[in-house]
Write a protein that binds this ligand. Structure first.
Ligand SMILES: [Zn+2]
Length: 258
């Protein structure tokens, strides 16, 4: 194998391992449980998982998606998150190459995957992820792109814009439209991506949200209330912005230069 192929295999294995860790976070953080202790166990019979039950993808396949002891089904979320994380990690390596920017962007993508899955299941964006996420994003910004000033402006802009929209909606309709979790999540996105890409994330998430909302109405599967939580759209839009956002912004600006 060439060194590049070997490095891609390495990134794929890293993605599987991180995906396995994200599964623990996704299961435990909304339940306010420690991500370190106790070791993973079957929620049905209490069987403590051994290393052989914890190999990403492989264990799930070998066990046929069931607990080794009581045969209770294991959620399909486990292999899906592991595969998804692997694919996202490979995508980043292909887009960014072996540039140092790969490090913050892989950390960012991992956080987004966890938030996506937790918001989808619990309609919740935990502070224990978003608030440290803001600090981590700003810390990377001290040394790496987008730079600390851009990251700080992105944080304030991301958090501020959503807060204003939520406040305006609340005054207009008397209903809570935007959760505080969305505000902190967009602030975190600004910290990692800077002000330009946080605006792009906001635009893309609104487009995606409207599209899915219309689709839901067209299929008559219930009203907007049953639509997906906004954090899931923010996660998808932020991931897109992180990977190809600069190209999208350049293309959009070039439309007005001709
Ligand atoms: Zn069991």
């Amino acid at each position: 194998m060439s060194p590049d192929t070997l490095a891609l295999v390495g990134i794929a294995i890293l993605g599987l391992a991180i995906g396995s860790f994200l599964n623990v976070c996704i299961h435990r953080l909304p339940r306010q449980a420690s991500i370190v202790n106790p070791p993973s166990a079957c929620p049905q019979c209490g069987y403590t998982l051994r290393w052989i039950d914890n190999i990403p993808l492989v264990s799930y396949a070998l066990l046929g998606g069931r607990c080794r002891q009581c045969r209770a089904p294991i959620s399909i979320r486990y292999p899906v998150v592991e595969l998804l994380t692997m694919a996202v990690f490979l995508g980043h390596a292909i887009v960014f190459g072996w540039d140092v920017i790969l490090v913050p962007r892989l950390v960012f993508a991992s956080i987004l995957i966890a938030l996506f899955a937790i918001d989808l299941e619990h309609h919740l964006l935990p502070n224990v992820i978003t608030l440290p996420g803001i600090l981590v994003g700003l810390a990377f910004g001290v040394l790496l792109p987008p730079g600390i000033v851009d990251a700080l402006v992105g944080t304030l802009l991301g958090g501020g814009v959503l807060w204003l929209i939520g406040e305006a909606y609340y005054r207009y309709s008397g209903q809570e439209g935007m959760g505080g979790g969305d505000v902190k999540m967009l602030a975190m996105i600004g910290a990692f991506l800077g002000w330009k890409l946080v605006i792009l994330t906001l635009v893309l998430s609104s487009l995606l949200g409207s599209f899915v909302g219309l689709l839901v109405i067209a299929l008559r599967k219930g009203g907007m209330k049953q639509a997906l939580p906004y954090g899931t759209f923010l996660a998808l839009a932020a991931l897109t912005s992180s990977l190809v956002g600069t190209q999208i912004v350049d293309w959009y600006v070039s439309l007005y230069r001709q």
